[in-house]
Write a protein that binds this ligand. Sequence first.
Ligand SMILES: [Zn+2]
Length: 421
Amino acid sequence: MIRVLVFVSTLALLIFGSVWLADRPGAVAVEWLGWRLQTSVPVLLLLLLLAAGLLTAGLRFFAFAAGWPGRWADGRRESRQRRGYLALTDGLAAAASGDAKQARQLAEKAEKLLGDPGLTGFLSAQAAHLSGNSQSAQDHFQRLLQRPQTAAIGLRGLLDAAVQAGDLTKIVDLAGQARAIRPDDPWLAETLFTAFVKLGRWTEAESLLADVQRRKAMPVASLNRRRALVLTERAGAADPQTAIGLARKALSADPSCTAAALRLADLYRNSGALAKAATILEKAWRSGPATALADSYGNLHPDEEPLARVRRLEKLVASHPDHVLSHLAVAQACLKAQLWGQARKHLLAAVAQQPVSGTFRLLAELEKAEYKDQVAAQAWLVKAAEAPADPVWTCANCGVKAPVWTLLCPGCQTPDSLNLV
Ligand SMILES: [Zn+2]
């Protein structure tokens, strides 16, 4: 509506101006350098308008022509960038799918087109890593450290390489730096903790756990267990008086930690406090029966009569009388005390819960000892051969089997990875 009004008004003004000029033709004469121009005022105005129009068009064309090289360069740059980003994206997809050759080719292309190692460094590093060129991958990751925005990726890449190479000192250094950037990252905390434990740097492992607890970067139960295990190890290396304090702290951090209970009971036994040792082992049995607890409890009085041992073990297992390990612990003591009836009762109860070959072999022993019955013994031995093997400590990480529980797996050195399987 406004446009129409403006158009109509302009048209009216032009018509009015033309009529006004036509009514007043006048005459103009110009003399210059021997030239003489004589015309009317409206024609002169028209000529002036035409000259101004031509001048404007000329200037515009000149500006357009002068800007052309810049525009051409801009266009070329944009096209390079577009192709560079496309190569970068395709390269990352190739790296993610594990296509080393394609990833390397696209990384080189992206590097050439974009000319920014900060942008293409990650892809180049991944491509080098996939191609098995670890030195080149490390160089690329090292370069990523120079920019704050990519430093975390660079550290992670270098850290992965250090973990793969098993270089513990390097892991501690890099994981420490990475935690300064990402203090809440659970993987970093885990990696650093494992390295501290493998290096036996218990005090640092303990401070790390305190920091992890402040940041809630690990589930509470697993944090408490780790703290208990670290304190137990510290107790193992400390003088007897300090050791007892540390082992008590370990057990209060995680009352179900068998390793901590065994350590504290051991320390009490060595200091002659046998009653305290017994109480610790009974409490530990209450939180979770374990063969090592029964063995340690038995060893508190190595020279006692077999019958006395049976009575004591019955006291130990009183909190879990129906547990398979309770039946087995008492059954073995009964066999030594020649309490055949009780031994049979406990062994049959154990085998009903967990029919494993070790328990069938004990039943065979019982037949031979009680009745000298070779046929019955043989029948149990046949069952023993057919039954699954006794549970054995097995690493959840590398599958190695170990005769006793140790903090570090004897195969792959992973902390706390052995489970009874
Ligand atoms: Zn292992």
